[in-house]
Ligand binder design. Sequence first.
Ligand code: HPA
Length: 327
Amino acid sequence: MGALFDELRHGYPLPLDASRGCPGSATGREVDRIMGETGLEGYRAFGGGCMREDFERRMYEAVESARQLLGPVSREIPPVGIVLGSGLGEFVDRVDGVIVPYSEIKGFPVPTVVGHRGLLKVGRQAAILAGRFHAYEGRSMDEIVLPVFLLAQLGITHLVVTNAAGAVNTAYNPGDLTLVKDHINLTGRNPLIGPHIESLGPRFPDMSEAYDRDLRLSVKEAWHRPLKEGVYAALLGPTYETPAEIRMLRKMGADMVGMSTVPEVIAARYLGLKVLGISCITNMAAGILDQPLSHEEVVETGRRVASEFADLLHCFLETFHQASGNP
Ligand code: HPA
């Protein structure tokens, strides 16, 4: 009750969506009681009110449903999971595997953003999530991280997160593929806010090496082309940044900027997964060039580098499986 009360009192942006609220649950009743005592009306409307017990139930339902849909494959889950970012979904067609549409997985959200297919594909080398969810769509943090929890429960140990990003660092160019070495979370949100599910991970996960150093090294060694490493700043979107915001991000130490990835990485680290982050630089961030930003440019660059991006993912998978002695 203490932690819950603190959250309500301080008005943190809470992670769950009201429509999926669980007013009948013990926690829901607790929330109602505290709201009554504190006068914190609007709490549910801003996304509070349905806490971890609901997420946990929904997550285990999704896991059970995915296991059934995958059949025998669910007993042969590869160690690597991959989240494909905006416009990078093509990779999913390059690998063999069993496909399960998100829409068939019980309790799973379905993507609304163009370029996000909404399917899980489990092959020999990787379990791929083609379709992610973003806070700018109005998705709750729980919806955004549910797919990562699912893969972790199915048995992956490593997660590759990919995204399209704008270059804050002026030495970067559109079309560059970069490794993420760290992030700055400027979304004001965190998927772990709420009562703690102790069985799954620590209350205060360490983020000092959120993006695994050894994974980055092995990719850089195996990939015989230039590969920059940078810091990814995550903002909520959906507006692109202002030039002043980009100057601020540069001063903060960011090299690239985007609207995704960070919630999934936080969830992955909580769950003990090792993470590799790959950004595809689709554009120079606002104010660097004397031209407005456009979504078309982002999509077009993504399309242009799709094949190189897929090669990089293959290169990582080959190296990973060789190193771990898998066929
Ligand atoms: N800003 C934020 N997100 C992005 C950008 C950008 O410039 N490019 C691709 N995703």
